[in-house]
Design a protein around this ligand. Structure first.
Ligand code: C2E
Ligand code: MG
Ligand code: MG
Ligand code: MG
Length: 287
């Protein structure tokens, strides 16, 4: 059809752009309603130490019924939320739900810090940071039960407000993890200035381990930098035992990935943890 109107590829290109733009508009409208109705939920993915012990968990937002009635990936709707300002109410929802999980962990006597993803632009928004601090203050949860993950891309632009807000949160006891490390533009001097506790090696570097020589060199360098700066290192996207073995052998402290655990709905994740405790208690009694 595009060719028939005499404009060839250009018309096709314009048509495709329109389809993409329409999808974004539809997603934005639908996401707005979904947040308003409080219908976003969380999945949780456990993080493990070298001995296979659970050391933490990352909460990941889930939109289970999008405009077509099927799930929409955060990879698609988070950028829409960021571009439209919906990222603020979305983050508040995620925080509220994460704090409920953290409160249940605390009540069960489990010390499993929850990692929460925060879009880097939000760090410039002092009002939103205040709201997050208030949510934590009003809960039974203390900041040390959380880990705030920021994506490295923010280092393209180190706004003074961002640095100030991060410093303020650090002062209150919040810890930070630099997500997708190695994919952005941060220089090593920034790493030191930012009160980080943790670096997360991006999945794209973990993918080729241990065969890929470049990825091997990159991962070893990241682990070495982290060690020099006394930061903990987490590998994300661990899918094979060969990857896990390599990472553990070279001093990576935490592993996260489908090999060990796939993200599961928050209630299910909590339920399994609680069942585990109960079984252990019973073992003790039966004995
Ligand atoms: P991320 O923070 O780097 O999270 C890791 C992503 O990798 C998650 O995708 C997770 O499900 C997936 N993953 C974990 N292990 C494996 C593995 O072994 N193999 C593969 N192929 N994938 C694995 P998800 O849940 O689709 O989230 C995508 C991104 O969306 C996240 O990347 C994060 O940047 C963003 N995101 C998710 N939840 C939130 C949120 O609450 N707030 C914000 N601002 N961003 C979020
Ligand atoms: Mg993350
Ligand atoms: Mg990541
Ligand atoms: Mg990632």
């Amino acid at each position: 059809k595009a060719k028939a109107d005499g404009k060839g590829g250009y018309a096709t290109f314009t048509a495709e752009l329109n389809v993409a733009a329409q999808r974004r508009v539809r997603l934005e409208e639908s996401l707005r309603l979904t947040i308003l109705r409080d219908e976003l939920s969380l999945a949780v993915q456990s993080q493990f130490g070298p001995a296979g012990d659970i050391r933490g968990a990352e909460v990941l937002v889930r939109w289970l019924r999008g405009p077509e009635g099927v799930p929409v990936s955060p990879a698609e709707f988070i950028p829409v939320a960021e571009a439209s300002g919906l990222i603020k109410p979305l983050t508040l929802t995620v925080f509220r739900q994460a704090l409920e999980i953290a409160a249940q962990l605390k009540a069960a006597g489990l010390r499993i810090p929850l990692s929460i993803n925060l879009s880097s632009d939000l760090f410039r928004d002092s009002a939103l940071i205040d709201a997050l601090v208030d949510l934590v203050a009003d809960s039974v949860v203390t900041p040390d039960a959380l880990m705030l993950e920021i994506t490295e891309s923010l280092f393209i632009d180190t706004h003074p407000d961002l640095l100030r807000n991060m410093a303020r949160l650090a002062e209150l006891g919040f810890a930070f993890s630099l997500d997708d490390f190695g994919t952005g533009y941060s220089n090593l001097a920034y790493l030191k200035r930012l009160h980080l506790s943790e670096l997360k090696i991006d999945k794209s570097f973990v993918d080729g381990l241990p065969q890929d020589e470049d990825n091997r060199a990159i991962v070893l360098s990241i682990i070495s930098i982290a060690r020099q700066l006394r930061l903990r290192v987490v590998a994300e996207g661990v899918e094979t035992s060969a990857q896990a073995d390599f990472l553990v052998a070279h001093g990576c402290e935490l592993l996260q990935g489908y090999l060990l655990h796939k993200p599961s709905p928050a209630e299910e994740w909590l339920g399994q943890l609680m069942d585990g405790i109960e079984k252990n208690c019973r073992k003790g009694v039966d004995h």
